[in-house]
Design a protein. Structure first.
Length: 606
């Protein structure tokens, strides 16, 4: 192996640790603590829970995401929106496509809702470690919540400046964090080495035999060990498949070693409440505060990866026309994943702070946590079955079907959590879900209501009016998506109102997957006095549209763009109209001179 290959091999793993594994990496802070508030820490229960933790991470993270989901991608991207795009290509029947669309919208919404609870529980659980510092045992919960809220607010406020410069230190910090989890777990195991036998599946069988239906409901807390597992697939586009899978094996070993260590500590100290922190304190009181600071940094990094993940999901939604056109700022010159969406950032911040103050304790938050994650895992499994059933890898269908059954068992175990706060994850998920449904249906209905014209039909009327030689001197610009279909505002402007300039240029702007690059194509012979100008630009390219037009001999006098005035009594379309009004339109995306802009209003009945 060459030195360059070796650097990229290890460099990829380090980056993955910083960008992908923050969420699942911070789960040892609270998972066993939450589980053993509901379950007595008897020896058989401890062995049974540790066994369930091992097999949950193996089946629901390693098998479902690392092995199966990550074998499915599109242009290296992952996530439920990408699965939907793959299904659209594989299936032609309307009902199957509609079902896949519904599942992907629901899955994405659940993940976005989860993006609120995860930073709240991670930061709050780490801050609660302050209670084990001598002299701080009596700190009021309100003060801990306030500290957690200040950390979260600071994190959201720095988003607009871009995190590209500091993400370089995320990987090394997480290496130290996972290393400390591994070592502290190993030290604890050395005093009770027999705990290693917890991997034996018979311990899980015995646990269910002894606890019955109560053991089944404990699964809703055990699943906390796998929250963040979906990030392996969702963040695939950031780093690629191989570095994430390689890093996961390292993370898996560190996490499970720590869980075993916590179990061993609990066998020796059944009264421990905050298990991870009390284990560390029993090992070394000198190292406790540095470890606490390290865990707070790890939860900040975990929250950062979730915020970036939410931005990525919304960005995927915008580019696939599932979500409204939010204003997107690119904060990195070389990473497309480093984006900032102001509206999403502030909405997420308000929701995270609200959840912290509403639930007060990480233990209370855990009661609300898990339903969205297991729901998303179930949806991913169903969609994978749909994909594999249409490919040459049909043998994977029964494998995913077994995983789906396990997903459903975990998902149904979270139902009792609904009355204890899980309804908040549903409320939070309903906001993006309703937005996606209203936006996608609204766009389709609006397109039908607008009745755009084919270019050939438009040219017949255009040529007749242009031939009358009553045209306005100068050049007018009109924005369109593509040349094949003419939007109604141009028809209204040119055909109905006879506003035709001597020179009329139809402009189309297409954003490519590459960060840079700017290609302009100028077609002068569309019609008499009618030209087509297309700009294909990279997503990081800052466009100076006027300069490019001047370079091609176009000096505009006026710029026309379409505005839809929706007339409706339907409450759904009223909401669609409101979303259109509060989100940016196409012109606001491109810095065009306000003095030359003319919005052409088209009244549309829906």
């Amino acid at each position: 192996m060459s030195q360059k290959t070796e650097l990229s091999y290890w460099g990829g793993i380090v980056k993955a640790l910083g960008l992908v594994f923050g969420d699942i990496g911070t789960s040892p802070i609270y998972t066993l603590t939450v589980v053993f508030t509901l379950t007595k820490p008897t020896e058989s229960n401890i062995y049974g829970i540790l066994c369930l933790v091992f097999w949950t991470m193996t089946i629901l993270v390693t098998a479902e995401y690392a092995w199966l989901a990550m074998s499915l991608g599109k242009k290296g991207q992952g996530g439920e929106i990408v699965l939907r795009e793959i299904i659209i290509k594989l299936f032609r029947q309307g009902r199957v496509l509609a079902f896949a669309g519904f599942l992907s919208f629901l899955g994405v919404s659940l993940l976005l809702g989860d993006g609120v609870i995860t930073p709240a529980i991670s930061i709050l659980s780490a801050v609660e470690g302050l209670l084990l510092i001598p002299g701080l045992e009596e700190t009021r919960q309100g003060i801990l919540v306030a500290i957690a809220a200040i950390i979260a607010i600071t994190l959201f406020f720095v988003q607009s400046r871009g995190t590209d410069k500091i993400t370089g230190i995320f990987g090394p910090i997480m290496i130290v964090y996972f290393g400390s989890l591994f070592v502290s777990g190993a030290v604890s195991i050395s005093s009770t080495p027999e705990i290693v036998s917890a991997i034996n599946p018979m311990h899980a069988v015995n646990f269910f035999r002894e606890n019955g239906i109560a053991g089944y409901f404990v699964l809703s807390e055990v699943i906390l060990c796998s929250t963040g597992g979906e990030a392996l697939y969702a963040d695939m586009g950031h780093l690629g498949k191989k570095p994430i899978i390689r890093a996961w094996y390292f993370v898996f070993a560190a996490l499970y070693m720590n869980y075993l260590g916590q179990g061993a500590h609990l066998l020796r100290n059944p009264g421990s409440e905050n298990i991870l922190f009390s284990m560390i304190q029993s090992q070394s009181s000198l190292l406790y505060i540095p470890f606490l600071i390290l865990t707070i940094f790890a939860t900040i990094i975990a929250s950062q990866s979730i915020i970036s993940g939410v931005f990525s999901i919304v960005y995927q939604g915008i580019t696939t026309r599932l979500m409204p056109l939010f204003k997107v700022d690119y904060t990195s010159t070389h990473m497309q994943s480093q984006i900032y969406i102001g509206a999403v950032n502030w909405a997420l911040m308000c929701a995270v702070i609200f959840v912290m103050f509403f639930f007060q304790k990480s233990g209370n938050l855990a009661a609300a946590y898990g339903m969205a994650v297991t729901g998303s895992m179930t949806i991913t499994a169903i969609m994978m079955i749909m994909v594999f059933s249409r490919t040459t890898k049909k043998w994977k269908v029964p494998v995913v079907a077994v995983i789906l059954v396990i997903d459903v068992i975990y998902f149904t175990s979270t139902f009792p959590k609904f009355v204890h706060g899980a309804y908040w994850s549903i409320i939070l998920a309903s906001i993006p879900f309703i937005t996606i449904q209203v936006w996608t249906h609204g766009q389709r209905h609006l397109y039908r209501a607008l009745r755009p014209l084919d270019l050939d039909i438009f040219l017949l009327s255009y040529e007749q009016i242009y031939a009358k030689a009553k045209n306005i001197p100068g050049t007018a610009l009109f924005f369109i998506k593509a040349l094949d279909v003419i939007p109604p505002y141009i028809v209204h402007c040119m055909i109905r109102s006879n506003i035709i300039y001597e020179r009329n240029v139809l402009i189309s702007i297409i954003r490519t997957d590459e960060p840079f690059g700017n290609i302009a194509r100028h077609k002068k012979d569309v019609g008499t006095g009618l030209e087509f100008f297309q700009i294909s630009a990279g997503y990081m390219e800052v466009l100076d549209i006027e300069k490019q037009l001047k370079d091609h001999g176009i000096q505009e006098k006026v710029i026309f763009y379409g505005v839809e005035d929706i007339e409706t009594r339907n409450p759904v379309w009223r909401l669609f109209d409101l979303i259109k009004k509060v989100t940016p339109n196409f012109v606001q995306f491109n810095k065009l001179p306000a003095a030359k802009l003319q919005g052409v209003v088209t009244r549309v009945e829906m």
